[in-house]
Design a protein around this ligand. Structure first.
Ligand code: RB5
Length: 152
């Protein structure tokens, strides 16, 4: 599975840790930036957008996005039509984001979760699959909102 990673300056350290963690498990990991933890100009919308677009275009299967809280970078990713990015701070929500919401991207806050919890959260995200059925109907309703606003 191909996994795209992105972060702002606040998330670089945790992003690199999680990339190594998933590489060891056999995932094909690519870093879409940002790359310099001292660059305060590396705002979260760009990596959020790049990762979301790579998934929407079929170049990547899943994404992991990290900023200070996980909020800004997930908000940016969710602006790309067809993308569902979930901010998760514990494994239960990470599991449900796959099983019920069919999210392609998990976002976390480097100022919220520690390394070991973050690794547990991404493992849970990658170990679970969409259940479909009644949940597919609800996800389709989300897609319909994009269509109604001419964005899909
Ligand atoms: C950067 O200081 C911080 O605002 C950003 O990493 C993120 O938490 C925004 O949602």
């Amino acid at each position: 599975m191909k996994v795209a990673f992105g972060s702002d300056h606040a998330g670089i350290e945790l992003k690199l840790f999680l990339m190594e963690h998933l590489k060891e498990k056999g995932y094909e990991c690519t870093d879409y930036g940002n790359y310099d933890p001292n660059d305060r100009g590396d705002d979260y919308p760009l990596p959020g957008r790049l990762v979301a677009e790579a998934i929407a275009e079929g170049k990547e299967d899943r994404g992991v996005l990290i900023c200070g809280t996980g909020l800004g970078i997930s908000l940016a990713a969710n602006k790309v039509p067809g993308i569902r990015a979930a901010v998760c701070s514990e494994p239960f929500t990470a599991k449900m984001s796959r099983c019920h919401n069919n999210c392609q991207i998990i976002a976390m806050g480097a100022r919220v979760v520690g390394r070991e919890l973050a690794a547990m959260i991404v493992d849970t995200f990658f170990e679970n699959e969409f259940e479909g059925g009644r949940h597919a109907v609800r996800v389709d309703m989300i897609s319909q909102i994009e269509k109604d606003y001419g964005k899909a």
